[in-house]
Design a protein around this ligand. Structure first.
Ligand code: DXP
Ligand SMILES: NCC(=O)COP(=O)(O)O
Length: 254
């Protein structure tokens, strides 16, 4: 099966924010990604608004909403409260009603996302949030490590999907230290557990053209990958049309 490619545009927003003004235009960049074939746009509006700002969300939702084959995915910590002009994660999602919300256990101090949920501690507090989002018609995905028990807990509290945190996979792929086979097996087994409890499987973090094919071969039922950092860098090297073509090829059944 093909895997849907959702382009994370955080890093374009990071470049925009480094100067006054609106260059590059984030919405136009998202439109270009869609016109070139992206199946989705992903953003991670963090409370410090280091890249994606709260003011970006409504125009991005308006861009994606009318497009049948394009999904809008908002990632973030559902417990992140209002901070300055950031209204809080749940307020942003409830106002924009994206196709999917990917809940991530990030704290403000993190450079980037670097772990999945521990549902043995946060499961009870997440359950009503998941229910609220699903009542709004938003599909809920939980950012998870490849841990069988945790993934079963994700199903128990009503998640629709998990997003496997693929940072460790990407590092093992790059390290070429002999650890890759075991890591791939861990991710493949976790994806099978997800399938066994009727959870859809997404994946993301540090994915790129080098490591994506082996992940897709290991997880044939991989529904969606969200890719931003490497895609942005590859756009610099290859141009956006060339990069999009390469990533779309890597997401098609091999
Ligand atoms: C959840 C995940 O792995 C990425 O979406 C991450 O949120 C990227 O965030 P930064 O772009 O701030 O590194
Ligand atoms: N959920 C992962 C994502 O949206 C992008 O992660 P990355 O490709 O920027 O590491």
């Amino acid at each position: 099966m093909n895997t849907a490619l959702s382009i994370n545009i955080n890093k374009i927003a990071l470049i925009r924010n480094s100067r006054e003004g609106n260059y590059p235009d984030l919405i136009e960049y998202a439109r270009q990604c869609i016109d070139l074939g992206a199946a989705g746009i992903t953003v991670h509006p963090r409370p410090d608004q280091r890249h994606i700002r709260a003011s970006d969300i409504a125009p991005l939702a308006a861009l994606c909403e009318p497009l049948v084959n394009v999904e809008f995915n908002i990632e973030g910590n559902p417990f992140a409260d209002a901070q300055g002009s950031y209204p809080g994660f749940m307020a942003l999602v409830e106002a924009s009603k994206p196709d999917q919300a990917t809940l991530v256990p990030d704290t403000d101090s993190q450079l980037t996302s670097d772990h999945g949920f521990d549902l043995s501690t946060s499961g009870k507090t997440l359950e009503p949030i998941i229910r609220r989002l699903k009542d709004l018609g938003v599909r809920v995905s939980l950012f998870m490590d490849p841990d069988a028990e945790q993934i079963r807990r994700a199903a128990d509290i009503g998640a629709d999907r998990i997003e496997l945190y693929t940072g460790p996979y990407a590092w093992a792929h790059k390290a070429k230290d002999g650890s890759l086979a075991e890591v791939i097996t861990r991710f493949a087994d976790a994806a099978e557990v997800a399938k066994s409890v009727n959870l859809g499987v997404n994946a993301g973090h540090d994915l790129n053209l080098d490591n994506l094919p082996a992940l897709r071969n290991a997880i044939p039922h991989l529904l969606e990958v969200s890719i931003g950092h490497a895609f942005t860098v590859d756009c610099i090297q290859m141009g956006i049309a060339g990069a999009m073509s390469a990533y779309l090829d890597a997401c098609i059944k091999s």
